[in-house]
Design a protein around this ligand. Structure first.
Ligand code: UDP
Length: 378
């Protein structure tokens, strides 16, 4: 009998498994895929770590989370500075003095602010959707060239129907600074994410190609408790309806050249280019010496529940459905839920780790004092 059956070997599952092991608990981790690391999985091809399920750049401000991961990997010093292409012209991201200069020719923060001021949307209430949020933040020119069509293509929804919170992720700066993230700690595991996950899961039993839903009762019987990190709607047999996710198709190409686009990430912000961005994986590893290069075009695809879920869509309809599942989850005996799919949150990696740490703290403190509210499975 294990203390915990952890369903999913992604960031939440691996973090919880490690903390449980540190606390002297016995865990079994299962995953329906043939590999660990969930969507962080990297595959080494031609000396390049390929981010198979899309680029993952670690960033956080929390020293505790950074120190935790540094037990399992050495991070490189990658800084994300994506480029947005529109009409054959390149713009710097996130929105900063370089972008304002490329857009309007301005060279000082006061000129850039005046330009935005002259065209921004003024509301007497908080912005209610992504379009309003973007227009109040950066004005019409940037919205129309760099945000509107990219967002529509990416989410397959009108920006008016998307939550304002999505665009709040992007910094707007009146400095000449192309670093996409504001965080103190940033980087990518030097040996790839898969190796980092291997180290996190070292000493914990992991079984791959195991589908929890194929025999739920047998899986549950293996442990005192279950940590479930998959889709919460699937866990409850879609009884309140299906939650929507943004999904993607990746077209990956190995090229016999050293450098294809000169940057790790180039966004294509026009409506008539089918991909949202092209990733050139070797540029995530400054100094990579491979003679080849590998690029991936990221193409949004229509969601259906047999596809891989990447991003929860936190609009009103989905959140209403999620709240009903969340209510059930709170009363589910012996099962604890966590991660992007179970909490239905557009989490970054560090937030997933934070959530798993919080659960582990509650769980082990409760177990030690014998006051756990969660009854065990029978
Ligand atoms: N975004 C945009 N243009 C860009 C990059 C981002 O309009 O060139 C908007 C878009 O709505 C996107 C949001 O900013 O969904 C957040 O972007 P981020 O890069 O954080 O998304 P992720 O990398 O997680 O896909």
């Amino acid at each position: 009998m294990y203390d915990y059956l952890i369903v999913g070997a992604g960031m939440f599952g691996a973090t919880f498994a490690r903390l449980a092991k540190d606390a002297g608990k016995r865990c079994l981790v299962i995953d329906k895929r043939p590999h660990i690391a969930g969507n962080c999985f990297t595959d080494s091809v031609e000396g390049i770590n390929v981010h198979v399920y899309g680029p993952h750049i670690f960033h956080c401000n929390d020293q505790r989370i950074w120190q935790f991961l540094n037990r399992f990997t050495v991070f490189n010093n990658f800084r994300n500075a994506p480029v947005a292409m529109h009409g054959g012209k390149a713009y710097s991201l996130p929105f900063n003095m370089y972008t304002f200069n490329q857009m309007w020719g301005v060279t000082s923060p006061s000129e850039a602010m005046a330009k935005i001021e002259s065209q921004k949307l003024v509301l007497d209430r908080p912005p209610e959707n992504l379009e309003e949020q973007a227009l109040t933040l950066v004005g019409r020119d940037i919205y129309e060239k760099l945000i509107r069509d990219y967002t529509k293509k990416q989410w397959q929804k009108d920006p008016k129907d998307l939550p304002a919170s999505i665009i709040k992720r992007l910094p707007v700066r009146f400095t000449w600074d192309n670093n996409y993230f504001n965080d103190s700690y940033q980087g990518i595991p030097e040996a790839g994410y898969s190796k980092m996950f291997e180290a996190m899961l070292e000493g914990t039993e992991v079984k791959l190609n195991v589908d929890y839903f194929a025999d739920r009762a047998a899986c549950n019987a293996k442990a005192k408790r279950v940590i479930f990190t998959g889709k919460i709607d699937e866990f409850f047999d879609y009884r309140f309806g299906e939650l929507e996710y943004r999904t993607l198709e990746f077209q990956t190409e190995i090229m016999p050249i050293e450098n294809y686009q000169g940057n790790a990430v180039i966004n294509y912000t026009e409506a008539d280019v089918p991909w949202t961005r092209i990733i050139e994986h070797k540029h995530f590893e400054p100094g990579n010496k491979s003679k080849s290069t590998i690029v991936t075009r990221e193409i949004p695809a229509a969601w259906s529940k047999d596809k891989i879920p990447y991003y929860p869509i936190g609009d009103a309809r989905n959140m209403k459905i999620y709240e009903q599942y969340s209510e059930l989850a709170e009363h589910e005996q012996g099962v604890l839920f966590g991660g992007r799919l179970s909490e239905y949150k557009y989490y970054d990696m560090h937030q997933v780790i934070g959530s798993a740490m919080a659960l582990a703290k509650r769980e082990f403190a409760a177990a030690q004092s014998g006051t756990s509210k969660v009854s065990t499975l029978v």
